[in-house]
Design a protein around this ligand. Sequence first.
Ligand code: SF4
Ligand code: SF4
Length: 362
Amino acid sequence: MKVEFKELKGNVIHDFPYPKEKRKCPHTVLISITHSGCCIHKCPMCYARAYPWSIEDRIVIYKNVPEKLETEIKKTKILPPFYLSQVSDALQPVSEVREITFKVVRILIKYKLSFHILTKSAEGAINLIETIPELIKYPYWYLGMTVESPPEKQAITSPYASEIEARFRALKKLNSYGIPLVGRTDPTILGFVEIPEVCYLIKRLADAGVQHIIGSLGYYNPLSMGRLLKKIELSKWKECIPDVEKIYGYHLDSIDNHPKRKRFIASVSRRIKFHSILRKEAEKYKLTYSVCLELSREYDSKGLLSCEGIYRNFVHIKKVNGKFYPINCCADCLSSCPDKINPPCGEKKLQSEYPYRLKTLN
Ligand code: SF4
Ligand code: SF4
């Protein structure tokens, strides 16, 4: 696919857009290496590809992200954990994307900041460690790998990403280096992927050394659900379509008539049932489990500091010597502030400002 470079005009550092009322995610620094949807993996149900402003026919890379990021880091006094990337896979097999990702990672290591990378690229994850071996001992990061369907159904859910078995092998290798790992099984396209298949994925993730599982049934707009069902319709699994339609309230016959703003999500009772089973399954293997967004914290494993599950991604604050130091908090200001009256970050506003404004961090 054609690769283009572009200057990012706005701030690099930004939070999830969700307001306080709808919020479950901790404060996070999202880093977009590319424009939204510029991902060679082309998963049909991908929300990042389905925004009206997304670009899908080429990879548009923000070449100035590393320099801009360093300038912004120098001005901040508080930094929540970083996340690469919400809008495309930062380790997708496009050398120009990885080059920027690696530069960003080196900057985060230089300033000793917390981060995680989420990928579907087995080879990309290994390439990351081989390129930046200091990550093996770096204490403030983890890798998340998405394994969203059993191997035989990957042709539908992530046809151009690494094979599912290759993802398990990569996790095993990273685990042998001692790198902390999170497995994401989401989104599960219920009706197409069944609960016993997700249980199988959880077992395989546990065998591969993952410590925490994040799951969801997903949240789709007409474009992402339409793409997904069209793909299923052309496959040997087309008899699953009525079940998927029923679970998510979508009708393939009305593919061009769903209101653009309509969202498709499984019912609350179905979500509760699904996540209760999966949490039990994860805990059977001594893993922890959390639900991405679609249910409150009471459905996550008990005792988690945040839904990220791994106790490594701390908020860092800058001291008078200009260096960043971790504090005992994962930026989940709504649920897990260590001291609501005198927060150790020194910025009480973070308990109510969702998303945070960059000037609050400065
Ligand atoms: S890997 Fe992630 S960002 Fe890329 S297309 Fe798939 S879901 Fe979207
Ligand atoms: S100390 Fe409290 S207010 Fe400050 S970042 Fe942590 S959770 Fe949020």
